[in-house]
Ligand binder design. Structure first.
Ligand SMILES: [Zn+2]
Length: 368
């Protein structure tokens, strides 16, 4: 299999859940060890920052941010030898959960079970499960992550499916970018970093920790939040990577979003196979909202995700998430292009003002 596909499949097959991202963290640490130019730092909350040094080290860094969790379960305790009590984390409708098959991961063991009971909580307009009971064939240790048992990453035509793509798919794209950059002989123009956060699906817990106690972030960072976001009728799968101008809660930095759009247009002009869209994706709130609210220069990029949070809304049942492989590859292309052209960004919207004033200067005489 080709390198990119292999990386996507591998990352989207790692077991994870909010607050139980240990396997993803180990994967990233191994990935960094295998690439001598990369460095990794960790904050006290367990968020990671991977850095590839650029040519101009004093200049603002480009930080691509993805979360390492996916909605699922964390084992609490055995109620009896065949019943596991677990916390449900991340949001999915309770009606999907009862009877759903779940796979728990403890060391090398995988224990497949079935949800038999759930307590209720409210989140936005959804009634969501809070604590569940899972019928299991063998005991599961406290702290083990559980995921909907919808299979590891696999390809079907142009589609890629897995039990978890939000946001392992985003993480895989960020790793693919830094892999490509670190394999090149020269350094990128600016430091390129990956901020990899924990427990996004429970309300950006890792990202909030990263801004309240910034051990990894700097005030001058330009942050690109990466997501797989619920597909919308106006931003369909197969139409390319999405420059996400906003989410359900807020809109993002105007000049950085403009820069992203300009760069995507440049890329499209030179590469006929590259496609992009520009949209406000209201299916959820992403970490760019957090970074923006705390004063960082933040924009967002995403790809359209089918069966968001494992919910097949048409069939009203749990299903694998899916993306279009072309959209994902376009996301990787865009990231590489951005990293290679990072030096051209100006925070004060100069390129936009120049464009506006060019026409103004030609036509202002007509105002007289
Ligand atoms: Zn997500």
């Amino acid at each position: 299999m080709k390198r990119l596909e292999h990386l996507l499949q591998e990352v989207c097959s790692i077991p994870t859940a909010p607050f139980a991202e240990q396997r993803v963290i180990e994967y990233v640490r191994r990935f960094v060890r295998q690439r001598p130019r990369l460095r990794v730092l960790r904050d006290e909350s367990g968020n990671l920052l991977v850095t590839l040094p650029g040519r101009k080290r004093a200049a603002p860094r480009w930080v691509f941010a993805a979360h390492m969790d996916h909605p699922g379960f964390v084992a609490r305790k055995m109620i009896d030898p065949r019943t596991l009590e677990a916390d449900a984390h991340g949001w999915f409708g309770i009606e999907y959960v009862i009877g759903a098959r779940v796979r728990c991961f403890e060391g090398e063991r995988e224990i497949a079970g079935k949800v038999i009971e759930a307590t209720r909580a409210r989140h936005d307009l959804l009634t969501v499960p809070k604590r569940v009971r899972i019928r299991v064939p063998a005991p599961v240790a406290a702290g083990a992550p559980g995921m909907f048992d919808q299979g590891t990453g696999r390809f079907r035509g142009k589609q890629f499916l897995s039990r978890g793509i939000d946001d392992q798919g985003g993480l895989a794209a960020a790793l693919a970018m830094i892999d490509a950059l670190s394999a090149k002989s020269g350094a990128p123009p600016r430091d390129v970093c990956l901020l990899l956060t924990r427990a996004e699906e429970e309300g950006f817990i890792g990202a909030v920790a990263a801004v309240l106690k910034p051990m990894l972030l700097r005030g001058s960072d330009r942050i690109i939040a990466i997501e797989c976001s619920a597909v919308q009728p106006f931003a369909p799968q197969g139409n390319g990577v999405i420059i996400r101008v906003g989410d359900k809660t807020s809109v993002f930095n105007s000049s950085l979003t403009f820069f992203l759009t300009q760069q995507a247009m440049r890329l499209a002009a030179n590469d006929k196979s590259f496609k992009f869209q520009r949209a406000l994706m209201p299916g959820g709130t992403c970490e760019a909202t957090v970074y923006d609210a705390y004063g960082y220069t933040a924009a967002a990029v995403c790809i359209p995700l089918g069966n968001y949070h494992n919910m097949d809304r048409a069939k009203k049942k749990i299903a694998p998430e899916h993306i279009d492989l072309g959209d994902w590859k376009d996301m990787v292309k865009l990231f590489i292009h951005l990293a290679n052209n990072a030096g051209q960004f100006s925070e004060d919207n100069t390129p936009l003002k120049k464009r506006i004033e060019k026409r103004y200067n030609r036509l202002k005489k007509l105002l007289a």
